[in-house]
Design a protein around this ligand. Structure first.
Ligand code: PHE
Length: 456
């Protein structure tokens, strides 16, 4: 049932920028730098890049080819190739539905900070309990969450070409320029070079299994894999656009921005904490608590802070657009309803689903699902640490042993395109990736609950 009227990206640049828009998000700017700092700086960077050009590359090609071959989003794509396996599509589709509500809650926080920095509130934002007192309010975070969600919905309602593609084409280049500018600025702060070295120079003595597993988990999240997103975007891709080279471009974008984000954050936090990297490990609070304090100590900090949150805002918005687009496209394919109507239903559904994540820091802060810190962390855990590795594993098995890699290699090679790394693609999808993914799954579940005191 390939939909003849399905809209599509106009060409390679549109596709690459939209997919990169999905990939580059909070994961790159907020999660990558603190993981890099936590897992040994340069060595993490090295492992990450190696994994990106092997695993990330193979999986992303697989998903995009699946989407383009079938012209359908996740559920349809799996069931079209083999009816018995449509459950993988259902599982994959759950992730964006779980992630989108809480992603927009964080998007709301970013929007709040953007406004704060834009309206002379930089000093206040640097106050230690600014963040804590903001998220523990009952209604204010909800308002920012709904505003961010509404913005996302507007772009999705406009459609693939007029909305998603147009917005990405403007935002992504601005994002690159902003990150370059801020990274250069912070690198040249007095004393920052030691931080830069810590970030870039691999210290092989800090290499461990955890480094690899953490890098791998981050890679999947950062490249928006195993959630049906790249399948959906692949379904909007024209046949004459080269999949392999597009994936290379997306990866360069995604890894490049993550690298730059590290360059803007790690050295700055290094200087601010006088070389003590413990604070970096605080992770989540880094962006909303430590960074505003860092900006406060900088000359021109208000402007830098504003530019920084603008960057994060763009990155988060293009990612949430891809999440919503995927959800909308799943329902459109499944229910054959009018797209605008589906958008409206999804908007209402997500608005309701996001409320618990907001309230988890205020009136429902006593609720600790599975013993995790709060409701938002719970959703994040279910999607990223449980569903994502399961779907990635099933996808590899599906491609490797059910439909066979050849089916997708043929798709990549349509219209005479060459698939240069097809051998590597086959070996990774069939053997190497499944084993590694299984390890991630086991480690993340054990890690979260500390079952049997087991830790890598
Ligand atoms: N890849 C995005 C990031 O790095 C996150 C994301 C995950 C976006 C899943 C869409 C879907 O932040």
């Amino acid at each position: 049932m390939t939909n003849e009227n399905r809209s599509s990206f106009t060409g390679k640049i549109g596709f690459v920028l939209a997919a990169a828009g999905s990939a580059v998000g909070l994961g790159n700017i907020w999660r990558f730098p603190y993981l890099a700092a936590k897992y040994g700086g340069g060595i993490f960077l090295l492992v990450y890049i190696l994994l990106a050009i092997t695993f990330g590359f193979a999986l992303m090609i697989g998903e995009i080819a699946l989407g383009r071959k079938t012209g359908l989003s996740a559920i349809g794509a799996f069931s079209r190739l083999n009816k018995k396996y449509s459950f993988i599509g259902y599982l994959a589709s759950l992730s964006p539905m779980i992630i989108l509500p809480y992603y927009c809650v964080i998007g709301g926080w970013v929007t709040k900070y953007l406004f704060a920095f834009g309206s002379g509130g930089a000093k206040a934002a640097a106050g230690g309990d600014y963040f804590g007192s903001f998220i523990s309010k009952t209604s204010e975070p909800v308002v920012w969450f709904l505003a961010f969600l509404a913005l996302t919905a507007i772009v999705v309602i406009l459609g693939v070409e007029k909305g998603v593609e147009k917005v990405s084409k403007v935002m992504m280049p601005v994002l690159v320029i902003l990150s370059l500018a801020i990274a250069i600025y912070t690198m040249f702060m007095p004393g920052a070079m030691d931080g830069v070295m810590y970030y870039i120079k691999p210290d092989f003595s800090r290499f461990s299994v955890t480094t690899v597993l953490a890098a791998m988990g981050q890679l999947f999240y950062s490249m928006s894999l195993a959630m049906g997103i790249m399948i959906t975007y692949g379904s909007y891709m024209k046949k004459d656009v080269n999949i392999e080279s597009s994936v290379k471009n997306i990866e360069i974008f995604d890894t490049g921005i993550a690298f730059l984000a590290g360059l803007m954050i790690v050295p700055a936090a290094y200087v601010f904490n006088s070389g003590n990297m413990e604070a970096m490990k605080a992770g989540p609070s880094l962006m909303f608590i430590t960074l505003p304090q860092v900006f406060d100590t900088m000359r021109g900090g208000t402007i830098i802070g504003f530019a920084f949150f603008l960057l994060v805002f763009f990155a988060a918005l293009t990612s949430s657009i891809s999440l919503m687009e995927t959800v909308v496209s799943i329902f459109c394919d499944k229910l054959k309803l009018n797209r605008k109507l589906v958008c409206l239903f999804v908007l209402i559904g997500i608005a309701v689903l996001g409320l618990p994540s907001c309230f988890g820091f205020s009136i429902w802060s006593h609720i600790k699902p599975l013993g995790l810190d709060d409701i938002l962390t719970f959703f994040d855990f279910i999607s990223n640490s449980v569903l994502m590795p399961i779907v990635a594993l099933l996808t590899c098995i599906f491609i490797g042993f059910v439909i066979k890699p050849k089916t997708l290699i043929d798709e990549v090679e349509t219209e005479g395109a060459k698939f240069k790394q097809k051998k590597m693609f086959t070996v990774i999808i069939k053997y190497i990736a499944p084993i590694f993914i299984l390890l991630i799954l086991i480690s993340s579940v054990f890690d979260a609950f500390g079952v049997f005191g087991f830790k890598f």
